[in-house]
Design a protein around this ligand. Structure first.
Ligand code: PRT
Ligand code: ZN
Length: 288
């Protein structure tokens, strides 16, 4: 692959997004070896070069064109405010940037933040939020362990990332306002050349197929022929369900695709409609 054009992607080196980012590329059929303790690696079977960086630096590297695309949390993207394009939500790294207050503090809505000292690693997002709500408060930027700030008297309240809420709870804090909901996204530089744009389209096509498959299940069931029509009316399928005769006369096998959201409801309805021997299997890729 000597002079081949490569698409260069920046992903987090170590942290909450690293594993899912590499896993996503692998699920897209992209071979990546030696991802441990490396600064970069090149795929053997797709013209992709992967850079491993701190997540905070990824928007800047993409803006400057050191990397063409990157995977980063929407929280980091909003805070860094770089000239890059957000092209695809990836469905992992979900969290929210929230204002959290000591459990003993009286809170009557956003107005209660007036005049308070807020500790956060996200000064830009937080000050945008405050001015949108016409609140005057002082922001203390700290880079880690934000949740301990009220306990040591450094701030009255905090604005920090939350996923389970366990960290807030352990520090005697409670969530008061969600400022931003976040997940990992694919970003791209604004001025991608034609050749790399095509590579990106190819990669996005695969990512969307993998994402879609994750939300869907393949379902196979048996039913007496006189029930098949009712059963089909319950099933969407890619175009429409497949119906095949079973070896046993008077019986059919019905195959279809169900989305995860409606899965348990549909299974109940299918059983009531006379379905038997229901099998549900994962789908690896889904191309519409
Ligand atoms: O070294 P580098 O700079 O690359 O990593 P980092 O330490 O800055 O980031 P890292 O790996 O902690 O997080 C990377 C990204 O993961 C974040 O930018 C978010 O987009 C996303 N993410 C998802 C989270 C969380 N969930 C999360 N829970 N990032 C941080 N947290 C922290 C939060 O700051 C708090 O300390 O987890 C704690 C809260 O978790 P709960 O479950 O107790 O609520
Ligand atoms: Zn970071």
């Amino acid at each position: 692959m000597a002079n081949e054009t490569m698409l260069r992607i920046a992903v987090q080196k170590t942290g909450r997004l690293s594993e899912d980012s590499v896993q996503l590329l692998k699920e897209c059929g992209i071979d990546l070896r030696n991802v441990k303790d490396r600064l970069k690696t090149v795929s053997e079977n797709f013209p992709l070069e992967v850079f491993f960086l701190r997540d905070d630096d990824i928007p800047e590297y993409v803006e400057d064109g050191v990397a063409d695309i990157g995977i980063v949390g929407q929280n980091v993207l909003a805070e860094k405010d770089r000239k890059v394009v957000s092209i695809q939500e990836l469905g992992f790294g979900k969290c929210r940037l929230s204002l959290a207050i000591p459990r003993s503090m009286v809170y009557d809505g956003i107005q209660s933040l007036e005049g308070k000292r807020i500790a956060t690693s996200y000064p830009k997002i937080v000050s945008g939020f405050l001015s949108k709500h016409n609140i005057k408060a002082s922001i203390h930027e700290i880079s880690g362990s934000v949740e301990i700030a009220p306990g040591i008297g450094l701030a009255d309240v905090v604005a920090d990332l939350v996923s389970s809420g366990g960290t807030l709870f352990m520090n005697g804090l409670k969530e008061a306002e969600v400022i931003l909901s976040s997940q990992a996204v694919m970003i791209s530089r604004e001025d991608l050349d034609q050749e790399r744009k095509q590579l990106l389209e190819k990669l996005l096509f695969r990512i969307r197929a993998v994402k879609k498959a994750k939300k869907s299940k393949y379902i196979l069931l048996n039913a007496p022929n006189d029930k098949v029509e009712d059963i089909i009316s319950l099933l969407p399928g890619m175009r429409s369900p497949t119906v095949l005769p079973l070896a046993e006369p008077g019986w059919s096998s019905v195959h279809s695709v169900l989305s995860e959201d409606e899965f348990w409801d549909k299974i109940e309805q299918l059983k009531e409609a006379g379905a038997e021997g229901i099998l549900v299997v994962p789908i690896e890729k889904m191309i519409m």
